[in-house]
Design a protein around this ligand. Structure first.
Ligand SMILES: [Ca+2]
Ligand SMILES: [Ca+2]
Ligand SMILES: [Ca+2]
Length: 242
């Protein structure tokens, strides 16, 4: 136990002191930007890629508090082949799914770039989260990143940047606000229960003006996996209810 605690501490310290060069969330932002750049010749916007990534998500689990269930929901999406651990094979599978969906040949320049982007994202995750260095990220390892110590400030900052990228993509008319329609169209690929989607929308709309500002959205995304209080805006985004 002592060894494990030391390892977690070391792991967190390295992350905090810059070993986390960019972090997995920054990787996602970079990935979306680079793919968007690559695909500019053909219409394939960031929103479409986000939707593609979210499809097939397993968004409901029955066990634990709201934080555990949100963490499990994200973990299950990363575990693309559903074998209960996140490995390189999952990221290969996600890259292949995206290439297949957009008819991008895997051996083309664009296909190779997508594959490399997901590989670098996996490598970053492995360095940050695979605390026993066995090449597999278990749910326990994944959850410890969000639950041990006090990760809130750190993750709020990192996740906030990805949230900004997502908000930009979802705000299709670029007026700085995400409307109910824009929000529902993003979430409905992952969550079938419309009431659950709307509950997430209203929870994020903290000033109650009927639309989600980018600041409201970014604050909510940053909190998704960090809070065990169902009253915290963001905790309902993944379709989990108290
Ligand atoms: Ca897996
Ligand atoms: Ca491991
Ligand atoms: Ca609002």
């Amino acid at each position: 136990m002592r060894d494990r605690d030391d390892r977690l501490y070391r792991n967190r310290t390295e992350r905090t002191e810059g070993g986390f060069s960019g972090g997995q969330y920054i990787r996602l932002s970079e990935l979306l930007h680079s793919i968007a750049r690559l695909r500019r010749a053909r219409p394939l916007d960031t929103m479409t890629l986000l939707v593609s990534f979210a499809e097939g998500a397993v968004m409901t689990t029955e066990i634990g508090g709201i934080q555990d269930r949100n963490i499990a929901a994200v973990f299950n999406r990363l575990d693309a082949n559903g074998n209960g651990v996140v490995t390189k094979a999952d990221f290969d599978a996600i890259a292949q799914q995206i290439c297949a969906q957009f008819a991008i040949p895997a051996d083309s320049e664009a296909g190779q770039s997508i594959g490399e982007s997901f590989q670098s994202w996996w490598e970053q995750l492995r360095r940050d989260l695979d605390t026993d260095h066995d090449g597999r990220i278990t749910l326990e390892e994944f959850a410890s990143a969000y639950k041990d110590g006090d990760p809130a400030e750190y993750f709020a900052e990192k996740l906030g940047r990805t949230a900004a990228t997502v908000a930009e993509a979802v705000d299709s008319d670029d007026d700085g606000f995400i409307t109910e329609d824009e929000y529902v169209s993003l979430l409905s690929v992952a969550i079938t229960d419309q009431q659950a989607i709307l509950a997430g929308f209203h929870q994020l709309d903290t000033d109650g003006d009927g639309r989600i500002s980018r600041a409201e959205f970014e604050a909510g995304v940053a909190a998704v996996m960090l809070s065990d209080d169902p009253a915290t805006p963001g905790t309902a985004m993944m379709g989990q209810t108290p």
